[in-house]
Ligand binder design. Sequence first.
Ligand SMILES: C[S@@+](CC[C@H](N)C(=O)[O-])C[C@H]1O[C@@H](n2cnc3c(N)ncnc32)[C@H](O)[C@@H]1O
Length: 225
Amino acid sequence: MEALERILPEGIPFPGTRSYSFFARSRIMQTFYRDVALDVTREVERGRILDVGTGPGYLPLQISRMIPESEVIGVDISKDMIKIARRNAERAGARNVRFLLEDANRMSFGNETFDLVVSTGSLHHWKNPVRVINEIYRVLKFGKKALIYDLWRDAPKKLLKEKLRECGYSITAGLIMYSIVKAHSSITVEEVMRILGEEGNMFRNYSVEEGWNSYPVVKVTLLKV
Ligand SMILES: C[S@@+](CC[C@H](N)C(=O)[O-])C[C@H]1O[C@@H](n2cnc3c(N)ncnc32)[C@H](O)[C@@H]1O
């Protein structure tokens, strides 16, 4: 598995972009983006918000609707994902959202540009997670937070079953979908703690929440002080 991870590209290439985009339109994912966007509204009322590894861009679209006085920028390393996200923004008629092709390891933004950085389902893709985390640190303003959410590999089945039921899914179909997704696209709390504990990590102030909002998700909150 580790050898495979090494040769796989960091971003999602075409045609994987198209199947992911289809999955992202599912009820459970749209509900998840809405709940993350709500979480974001608890942190900021306006300002510049960055979504790292934005994929099809649904999260920035939700945030831009909930916080109209914000400028939301979604970045992704995959050209096709940016194409999909731009098309989704155009269809939604979103004005305060932009999607840019950027590698999160070295972004083109200046230091202290953003009031909040968010990221969903991207952390497990990063080949050098501390490098990306330090880039997030660089572009974030002092006193501001980064919220990083990823699928929790060790989540108790009960948690997932309840969430699937809440979203109206059949448990069997949901568990099959989850097992496929979690085989690659997930992270354990130990892996997260190992990344955060690395000496190079610039964030000295962080917390980790497993089972965030009753999702099989790990949420990492990083504060730049
Ligand atoms: C599983 S998708 C999640 C997409 C979206 N955030 C969501 O929750 O639906 C992970 C995304 O991270 C992007 N990604 C991975 N490594 C990246 C990097 N170094 N810089 C920018 N984007 C990256 C991938 O191309 C992919 O679109």
